[in-house]
Design a protein around this ligand. Sequence first.
Ligand code: DGL
Length: 268
Amino acid sequence: MTEITAVDAPILIFDSGVGGLTVLAETRKALPAAPILFASDQAGLPYGSKSEAEIAARVAGLLGRMSERYRPRLVCIACNTASTIALDMVREVLEIPIVGTVPAIKPAAALTRTGTIGLLGTQATIRQSYVDRLEAQFAVGKVLLRHGAPELVGPAEAKMRGQPVDPAAIRSAVDGLRGQPGGDRIDTVVLACTHFPLLAKELSAAFGPDVQLIDGAAGIARRIAVLCGDNAFPPAPRIRAVTTGDADSFGQLLPHLATYGIDQFDQF
Ligand code: DGL
């Protein structure tokens, strides 16, 4: 029997914090008529310092419960850490399409001129065999230097609340790549954490004009659009948010969330 997708069923975009907004923005460009639910696990932030077992259990459990409550037509795990660890598990649990976030190593390998690529992710992401496999498959003959940069997650969250970005955090992430043997040859940096494109301006200024930054958000949005195919959407789509965290803290984000079309949030 063919399942009929309810016209109001949202695309659920999930992240540990505000990082998923980078994917939300691209998804709105690709599918302007789609209803979207932005789900932010602020109570679990940051994922990058957690163990694999903790992240897998948390993400699969939350997405199972959120799917029961909100009946999404598709789930996007807009978080590299959660995707590289829990994607297979979530796909086993849920019977709707699941789109993951994969470090953009393939496009970076096509773009680099020097053959040396930098990768900034969380500590949990950079140690995943998923990343090893992407490197083996798409970066043959290239050098991939990885750096875990948890120090960028807080500043990305702060920036979205209208607070200043700590320049020391930016400097530390840049030095973490540049300071490795061969790091001076990096001309392409993969932002393998959805929080990091929110700091693209600051990172770009610190790396200098010869380094290009690349992330997967536009590719993910294209994949979502393909999977939604000819789905019907409601005449006036809502973009809403839910947070697992503190309402006052999430409320500070509202002025910024409004620029993404989100004017209301609930606690999950
Ligand atoms: N946004 C998440 C990612 O893409 C990471 C942030 C965190 O440590 O929770 O990996």
